[in-house]
Design a protein. Structure first.
Length: 56
């Protein structure tokens, strides 16, 4: 699925992702932004459970 759109970056450096895109991609309120060699990747954050060390 390739869908293209041209968006303007405002003076604060923000880009608005249209609501229908966010709904189609099931994006949450918080997203992860990753810089790659090919561009920018925007996705829902992936959380990993980390076991807490007991230092007693």
């Amino acid at each position: 699925m390739n869908i293209g759109i041209i968006k303007e970056i405002d003076s604060m450096g923000r880009i608005v992702i249209p609501k229908d895109y966010r709904e189609r991609l099931l994006l949450d309120k918080n997203v992860e932004v990753i810089l790659t060699k090919d561009g920018i990747l925007i996705r829902n954050p992936k959380y990993e459970l980390v076991e807490k060390e007991d230092n007693l």
